[in-house]
Design a protein. Structure first.
Length: 94
């Protein structure tokens, strides 16, 4: 998977990219863990499991091993309150 400037990555894309750059490097999971001050198990999970739980560590791995800086983009939705007072916070339909 080649990185492109300005590309938006899903959780799966980010995990796959972290796995790819680490496996293509000369770094072991233990060395990367020591460098980032995390456990080797955390690095192992970050390169095998997609999701928000591992996003920050995946970003750090990619930034350590490439010339890319990763920026997070978040979406915030403003919705009017329901007149009946029920809080029905759900994301938009996809």
């Amino acid at each position: 998977m080649a990185m492109r400037h300005g590309a938006k990555l899903s959780y799966e894309d980010l995990q796959q990219q972290a796995r790819a750059v680490l496996s293509e490097s000369e770094w072991t999971q233990r060395e990367m863990a020591d460098e980032l001050d995390v456990t080797r198990g955390s690095v192992a999970k970050a390169v095998t499991k997609p999701g928000s739980r591992y996003q920050q560590l995946q970003m750090r791995i990619i930034e350590k091993l490439t010339d890319y800086r990763i920026e997070r983009e978040e979406e915030v939705y403003f919705r009017p309150l329901r007149e009946d007072g029920i809080d029905d916070r759900q994301g938009p339909s996809e």
